[in-house]
Design a binder for this molecule. Structure first.
Ligand SMILES: C[S@@+](CC[C@H](N)C(=O)[O-])C[C@H]1O[C@@H](n2cnc3c(N)ncnc32)[C@H](O)[C@@H]1O
Length: 426
């Protein structure tokens, strides 16, 4: 049996805690329970994702989230798409938090009496019991699901990110809700949030699960990043949500609230990238690019907008600092800046690696080449990094140098590249 709440009748009984969300309008406080806070989608990310759905042609009916947690994502959809939603949550205190958040979102938008809010329902109970859930929410079960939003729980600190670790399990959710989708010529609309670290093979497994139930259903893989090279969300959008035929999309959520996200999309299959290491060379350009963009497989599409160079060579593809070598500077537009950790021209080479015994040699090389600032952009032991960066900062500032730049590690592993920032030009 499911317990039913609405925005009207949810009573704060002290089992939830409130917490501000710095990405929501100022003063917004959401409810969470039983450590639900870190599981919740930040409001800015939730609303950006919902806004991307505004033009998608959904069937009539409800948005369903069968594992809704604190409900931030499902209420962002309901508000933005002006549609009632049903959130289902196994943990009763979290279900109550979700109902209180429905009221908060209704009140903050001034739309608490709009049908999307007043007809929305939260159920405490099992999101896999679809028929029972629809009956409790609506009085009867019928094929009324316009869109399924799923963000299953995953064990914290999991190393494997195995599909079998998701709760509820993806295949069980697909089977449970399959009979209840409202008919749509493009098939069921689903937004499936998966572990951001799924491998290519695991993504194929997800596609097989979908294909077994709805052969050939349209789909778009969407990587969402809030910067710092991290993939925050990896999701599969299906049916009407993939109506434009895109196969992959990368979405960079902007650092400032209110700015539009930056997206890169492809409608064509992407080619795997290859590593090509040439000997270190003065004069060539080195760029350390956003690791999430590279992981999404869309970096070549993006590069086509910022360089005409054909001779692009990847020195490093994995890890935090994917490294590209190219003959000419990138032509970055303001919106591209967030996707580049560092870019510049190699002006000097140092044979060796950075350690306590070589850091002074690097400082002297930087002085010789007129640097006033050099940032370390290479893997360093975290306990030594501040000392090495400090040695550069202390000895370079106040001298006559007029170049800013960075120090990178050539992929051969035994040469350091001293680079002048591209915008510095000299
Ligand atoms: C990652 S959280 C969802 C967070 C949500 N997207 C948000 O924005 O707040 C996943 C939730 O699924 C719930 N859950 C796991 N198995 C479930 C099931 N069988 N039925 C309903 N909820 C379930 C967990 O208790 C957890 O709160």
């Amino acid at each position: 049996m499911h317990q039913r709440f609405t925005a009207d009748d949810a009573e704060d009984n002290g089992t939830t805690q409130t917490s501000p969300d710095s990405t929501a309008p100022e003063g917004t406080v959401f409810h969470h329970a039983n450590d639900g806070r870190p599981l919740a989608t930040p409001w800015q990310v939730a609303t950006e994702r919902s806004m991307a759905l505004v033009d998608q042609p959904l069937a009539d009916g409800y948005i369903i989230d069968p594992a809704c947690g604190s409900g931030l994502q499902v209420w962002a959809h309901a508000l933005t798409l002006s549609r009632p939603a049903i959130g289902i949550e196994l943990d009763p205190a979290r279900a109550l938090a979700s109902a209180l958040n429905l009221r908060t979102v209704g009140a903050m938008s001034g739309e608490i009496t709009s049908p999307w809010c007043s007809d929305s329902v939260v159920l405490a109970g099992d999101g896999l019991d679809a028929e029972q859930a629809l009956t409790t929410a609506l009085g009867q079960a019928s094929p009324c699901v316009a869109m399924l939003q799923l963000d299953p729980a995953r064990p914290r600190n999991s190393r494997h990110h195995d599909l079998s670790e998701m709760r509820p399990a993806l295949d069980h959710v697909l089977d449970a809700w399959r009979p209840w989708f409202a008919p749509h010529e493009l098939g069921p609309a689903m937004l499936l949030d998966l572990s951001p670290r799924l491998s290519t093979d695991q993504r194929r497994q997800v596609e097989s699960m979908v294909d077994e139930r709805w052969p050939g259903l349209r789909r778009t893989w969407v990587w969402t990043s809030r910067g710092r090279g991290r993939v925050d969300r990896l999701a599969l959008w299906t049916g009407p949500l993939a109506a434009d035929g895109a196969l992959r999309r990368f979405v960079r959520i902007p650092p400032q609230l209110g700015e539009r996200p930056f997206t890169v999309t492809t409608h064509h299959p992407t080619e795997p990238l290859k590593i090509t290491v040439h000997p270190p060379q003065r004069g060539e350009h080195v760029s350390l690019l956003d690791a999430a963009l590279v992981e999404s497989g869309l970096v070549s599409q993006w590069l086509a907008n910022v360089t005409k160079d054909k001779d692009l060579r990847w020195g490093v593809l994995h890890g935090r600092r994917p490294q590209l070598h190219h003959p000419h500077p990138l032509r970055l537009r303001p919106m591209d800046q967030g996707l580049v950790q560092a870019t510049g021209r190699v002006v000097a080479l140092y044979q060796g690696s950075l350690d306590d015994t070589t850091v002074q040699d690097v400082v002297e090389l930087a002085i010789e080449h007129r640097f006033s600032s050099v940032k370390l952009r290479l893997a360093t032991p975290p306990e030594r990094q501040p000392a090495w960066q400090g040695a550069l900062d202390r000895q370079l500032t106040g001298r006559s140098g007029d170049r800013q730049g960075f120090l990178a590690q050539h992929p051969n592993g035994h040469t350091l590249l001293l680079c002048v920032d591209a915008h510095n030009g000299r």
